[in-house]
Write a protein that binds this ligand. Structure first.
Ligand code: DMJ
Length: 641
């Protein structure tokens, strides 16, 4: 009766079994990937909801693709290959670039020439590859600040494309590795901590340090965005830009922010993005953040407090800082950002604030010509007489030199104060170990503490930059000490089994360039040593600096990389050190940027056109860089009436 039924039954049975197997398989895979899949879905939803709906308009508005200098360069080269006879001038006109000769033909452009349109076209002008001759060779290896007289290179301010046709100075393989590191750091931040301040790679959740006032300020986005831009990571850059537009605001929150950290990371980051792109969003945001910091400057001396509440404007100093003092490295590291903000907004108020700080520091009596780390903002008197080129002092000295550079070497007061301070430091704090290592000691009252912070490793680059930019009686000494300190910091790395340097290292009869105390043995992804490798590489082209940088890349990959981002280490002297579970925002802003630049051609952010703030956000040099984007001066609102 049912031959048909009996034939179809096994088929149905087989079909059913197959269905069940497939179902079990899918369920299994889903369970295995449960966390990742749901994270990815959540992330996609979050990123999507954070992005504006008509992305296309935004891209067009920003014109990132066409106007990213890297693409401008590619476009120029491509068209040259296609139509060799076509005059270069025509291509430049199409791309709205200034004539190269007008920018670098031996005379710096006038301020008026530099006023780029703040337009929907983003970058509408470019600048020189001033470190090359027409033959693609370097013009000078030991000096910056002097424009070459003849340059036929196409404009290439940054973006990592090689101008030197002979293969020259880009180390592609190593640089690509750094780009991959950036992608890994960024994608995991995006996946697990999007919009929060930092990432905890091991626990795959957000992290926030107290410096961010326990609010979600997207510190990693703002700090890391210019690095993405420089590396040409366009998709990631756009996601970050969208987040800033839609989410970043200090209005209606009551956060107690560090004036210094907020300035160097947020104001500095936005200013660089504004210089790169001309996108008014970044100028508005930079000003918005700086305005929130202004109440901290309401002190009898004008020396700002360390912390300010974004809602109430109430400001104060850290309880631990010598008798209610403000800290030199904090109030002394505002100058570059505030000066540039005045110039692009036309509002002199910001510059006035930092100029007041400068005058106090210029006029105050300095013990033995040195600046102590603590200054009371009410009395204008020094606190404890502790001096350091590391923690609490460091970037004040950096900003003296760089304020002079940023001004196109017209702010002579800054250079004089820099030279006076560094000569005193050379005399009273720089020493050579029995093993021949140059280091900068801390000084407490009259006693040298033969210890150097990792933070002080930036000073190798600083001494060298000071030497390369001005010829005086101390030039050779500055360069020698700059090289010596950089070498010592490298030693502090290679004397550790991880090949990564400790937070502080000491010099005694028994040890050199090694941490002794347990609380000095950690490494938190800091950039200062690589910063000095980068500066010294640019100034000398000694291959060893690149080799040292590559050693560091390998060490970071071996010890700090995890499946979900990069962590610091608790003890660099252990073979298998424990990780600290924090991916610092400065790892993206500084560490990876300096490593990327170390393996790049000199035309990527040339040192005679850009000056790096202390968080590695490059700012344009006035009179030498078409990206300066100076606005006409207007009176500040408070003085306008
Ligand atoms: C950064 O935030 C800046 O470089 C600052 O000047 C010092 N410390 C960190 C990185 O180590």
């Amino acid at each position: 009766m049912c031959p048909k039924t009996s034939k179809t039954t096994p088929l149905l049975l087989i079909g059913g079994i197959c269905f069940v197997i497939v179902l079990v398989g899918i369920t299994g895979i889903t369970l295995i990937n449960n966390i990742n899949l749901s994270n990815i879905i959540r992330l996609n939803e979050k990123v999507a909801s954070d992005s504006v709906s008509n992305n296309e308009n935004q891209i067009k508005e920003l014109n990132y693709v066409n106007n990213h200098p890297r693409n401008v360069y590619l476009k120029l080269n491509a068209s040259r290959d296609d139509a060799e006879d076509e005059p270069m001038q025509k291509e430049q006109e199409q791309l709205e670039l200034p004539k190269v000769s007008a920018v670098v033909g031996g005379s710096a452009p006038k301020v008026g020439d530099n006023q780029l349109k703040e337009s929907s076209e983003g970058i509408s002008a470019s600048m020189s590859t001033s470190s090359h001759t027409s033959a693609g060779e370097l013009t000078s290896t030991a000096s910056v600040g002097v424009a070459p007289t003849s340059v036929t290179a196409p404009p290439l301010p940054f973006g990592g494309v090689m101008y030197n046709q002979s293969g020259g100075l880009i180390d592609y393989e190593k640089r690509n590795q750094v780009v991959k590191m950036m992608e890994h750091a960024w994608h995991n931040y995006k996946l697990y901590a999007w919009g929060k301040n930092e990432l905890r790679p091991l626990s795959q959740r957000p992290h926030s340090a107290s410096i961010f006032g326990s609010y979600d300020l997207g510190a990693t986005i703002v700090d890391g965005l210019d690095t993405l831009y420089i590396m040409g990571l366009e998709k990631e850059y756009r996601e970050g830009r969208d987040w800033i537009e839609r989410k970043f605001s200090l209005d209606n929150i009551s956060a107690e922010l560090s004036v210094f950290e907020t300035n160097i990371r947020f104001v500095g980051g936005m200013l660089t993005l504004y210089a790169f792109t001309g996108d008014p969003l970044y100028k508005e945001k930079a000003q918005h953040v700086a305005d929130k910091l202004l109440p901290a400057f309401q002190t009898p001396t004008g020396i700002p407090y360390a912390l300010v509440n974004t809602k109430t404007g109430v400001a104060k100093n850290y309880g631990w800082a010598s008798g209610g003092s403000s800290i030199l490295s904090e109030f002394g590291t505002l100058h570059l950002e505030f000066a540039y903000l005045s110039d692009i907004t036309g509002n002199p108020l910001y510059r006035e604030r930092v100029q007041t700080i400068r005058q106090v520091l210029k006029e105050i009596e300095k013990p033995k010509g040195l600046y102590p780390n603590f200054l009371n903002p009410k009395t204008g008197k020094w606190g404890q007489l502790h001096m350091s080129l590391g923690a609490l002092g460091d970037s004040y000295y950096e900003y003296l030199l760089k304020a002079w550079l940023q001004s196109g070497q017209t702010d002579e007061e800054a250079r004089e104060m820099y030279d006076e301070a560094m000569l005193a430091i050379l005399d009273k704090m720089v020493r050579t170990s029995p093993g021949g290592l140059t280091y900068v000691s801390d000084l407490k009252f009259d006693r040298l503490e033969h210890k150097m912070d990792h933070l002080a490793c930036f000073s190798g680059g600083l001494f060298a930059l000071g030497a390369a930019t001005w010829q005086n009686d101390y030039t050779d000494k500055y360069m020698e000490v700059g090289k010596g300190i950089t070498n010592t910091c490298h030693e502090s790395y290679i004397r550790a089994p991880t090949q990564l340097g400790p937070e502080a290292f000491r010099f005694s009869e028994a040890v050199e360039a090694r941490a002794l105390r347990s609380q000095e043995k950690y490494y938190i992804l800091r950039p200062e040593t690589f910063e000095s490798y980068f500066v010294l590489w640019r100034l000398t082209h000694d291959q060893k600096y690149r080799d040292w940088g590559w050693e560091a890349v390998l060490a970071l990959e071996k010890h700090c990389r995890t499946a979900h981002g990069y962590c610091g280490l608790r003890n660099v002297y252990q073979q298998e050190p424990q990780k600290d579970d924090v991916q610092q925002s400065f790892f993206l802003a500084e560490t990876l940027k300096y490593l990327y630049l170390l393996f790049s051609d000199d035309s990527v952010l040339p040192l005679d056109e850009w000056v790096f703030n202390t968080e590695a956000h490059p700012l344009p040099i006035k009179g030498a860089n078409a990206y300066y984007r100076q606005a006409p001066v207007t009176l500040p609102v408070s003085n306008a009436s």
